[in-house]
Write a protein that binds this ligand. Structure first.
Ligand SMILES: [Zn+2]
Ligand SMILES: [Zn+2]
Length: 469
């Protein structure tokens, strides 16, 4: 007697089966049996069944806050952005106006927002750029923070000094996390590795959450707290900034963009490794990528460390990546890789079509885990970009992209024996997708998951899909 049986499924990478039976949250049977005894059964009529997605790099709190505060990510012009800000200020009673997601490259411009454009109100305004490595503050906000910078533009270190201004209170945190968790489930995600501050984990653990969350704690937040709890994965370290904020460690950009010397990094890493904690190393520019690969090649233990973003990659460096290093990259970042896009405009033609070289990474046999960095969250969108890229160094096949978004993350989390595949013994984390998912590869970005199950329980279902007793 099973808890749930799913019939007529088009199962990912399995032509010999169309039935999946679930017991106590685990997959108990995969085959062709037509009549199994079960408490519940569901005929999905040839729809596609994938393993639940693992988003290996999220920022749930920021995602939820953006949904609840001022979200500028959908504004396509500077004028529309400023209009939305004015409207929001008019209708909001918040003492501090905090917004997210503006991106001047989406407007086809190079100039960031400036404090002058935000000085129409006497309330403090703080607006994060899409990459979260930069924010613009209006004059009131700068006055409160006691710090004035040209244009009101704060990035990296200077941003960290004023970040307290946008800190949410507990009810705001809880509401934001709830929204973000539901959003993740609606995108077919069942597990995330979230980059977070220490307090966020407590808020997540206090209710049963729609997705399984493993935390990577910012290194600056680490004070030898006990992170041995299974919910903690490890530590996030920054080696450089971002391309959009021009703070990446990229040849020809300021040397100071690289935050560590090789020696300083080695000592920093040893502290965490001695505590049994793997590290997620943010490296975007080719200089940081090289430093990350070299630093991690010394770690020969069972711990799995990751290099995050991994954008400007000189192919030769791939050979030096150790077996315990996982490349944690974001297919959705290809949105900036198009002709006349942010990367071409910022980096010049030398790197055009060569950033985020997923084809070469996979061919090198290295471990690749996909995530979204919540820009935006949504595996279907990222997978679409990776399989339809116009550049041969980036373009991969659909099954490879799905594996990177499932098995890849499971490997990173050291859970490859129970997560990321549709096989007996694995956790019953599943996404039901459109029946054309594996064929209509030009349209995956527009497809929305129909239902998501985590350990056999629905965490999301569109109106079309409800459990049928
Ligand atoms: Zn990062
Ligand atoms: Zn991130």
């Amino acid at each position: 007697m099973f808890d749930l049986v799913i019939y007529n499924a088009n199962i990912f990478e399995n032509d010999d089966a169309d039935t999946v039976a679930i017991n106590k949250g685990r997959i108990a049977y995969v085959g062709k049996e037509k009549k199994l005894e079960s408490a519940c059964s569901l005929d999905i009529n040839g729809k596609t069944l994938l393993p639940g997605f693992v988003d290996s790099h999220t920022h749930l709190l920021n995602l939820g806050l953006a949904m609840n505060r001022l979200d500028l990510s959908q504004c396509r012009t500077r004028t529309a952005t400023l209009e939305k800000i004015r409207d929001y200020v008019k209708n909001s009673t918040s003492k501090v106006i905090v917004g997210y997601g503006w991106d001047e490259t989406v407007w086809g411009e190079r100039d960031y927002l400036s404090h002058k454009e935000l000085d129409f109100t006497d309330r403090p305004v703080m607006l994060y750029r899409k990459d979260m490595h930069m924010a613009v503050l209006n004059s009131k906000a700068m006055e409160i923070c006691g710090r004035t910078l040209e244009g009101g533009v704060f990035s990296e270190e200077s941003l960290r000094e004023v970040q307290w201004l946008s800190k949410p209170d507990d009810p705001e945190v809880n509401a934001a996390l709830r929204l973000a968790g539901d959003k993740a489930a609606s995108e077919g995600i069942t597990t995330v590795r979230d980059i977070m501050e220490f307090g966020t984990m407590g808020a997540i653990k206090s209710w049963d959450f729609p997705v399984r969350v493993f935390g990577a704690l910012y290194d600056r937040e680490y004070a030898e707290q006990d992170l041995t709890n299974r919910n903690w994965w490890g530590i996030k370290i920054f080696l450089d900034g971002s391309i959009g904020s021009r703070s990446a460690a990229h040849c020809g950009w300021p040397k100071g963009n690289l935050k560590f010397t090789d020696e300083g990094l080695r000592n920093h890493l040893l502290k965490f490794w001695k505590a049994g904690l793997p590290v997620a190393m943010h490296a975007i520019g080719e200089i940081a990528v090289k430093q990350a690969v070299k630093a991690l090649s010394n770690q020969k233990g069972h711990m799995r460390n990751s290099i995050e973003h991994f954008e400007l990659v000189e192919p030769e460096i791939l050979q030096e990546i150790s077996n315990s290093t996982v490349i944690s990259s974001h297919p959705n970042f290809l949105q900036w890789s198009k002709s006349e896009g942010l990367y071409e405009n910022t980096l010049g033609s030398g790197w055009f079509g060569k950033d985020n070289p997923f084809r070469i990474i996979i061919d090198s046999g290295k471990k690749l885990a996909f995530g979204s960095d919540t820009m935006p969250m949504g595996p279907n969108y990222g997978i679409d970009l990776a399989i339809n890229s116009g550049h041969s160094m980036q373009r991969i096949q659909l099954h490879e992209a799905v594996r990177a978004y499932t098995e890849g993350g499971a490997y990173l989390l050291h859970m490859e024996d129970c997560l990321g595949k549709i096989q007996p013994g694995y956790m019953a984390d599943l996404v039901i997708q459109d029946e054309k998912y594996m064929e209509d590869t030009k349209n995956i970005g527009a497809m929305k998951p129909l239902a998501t199950l985590r350990e056999g329980v629905f965490t999301f279902s569109s109106t079309e899909f409800q459990e049928v007793p």
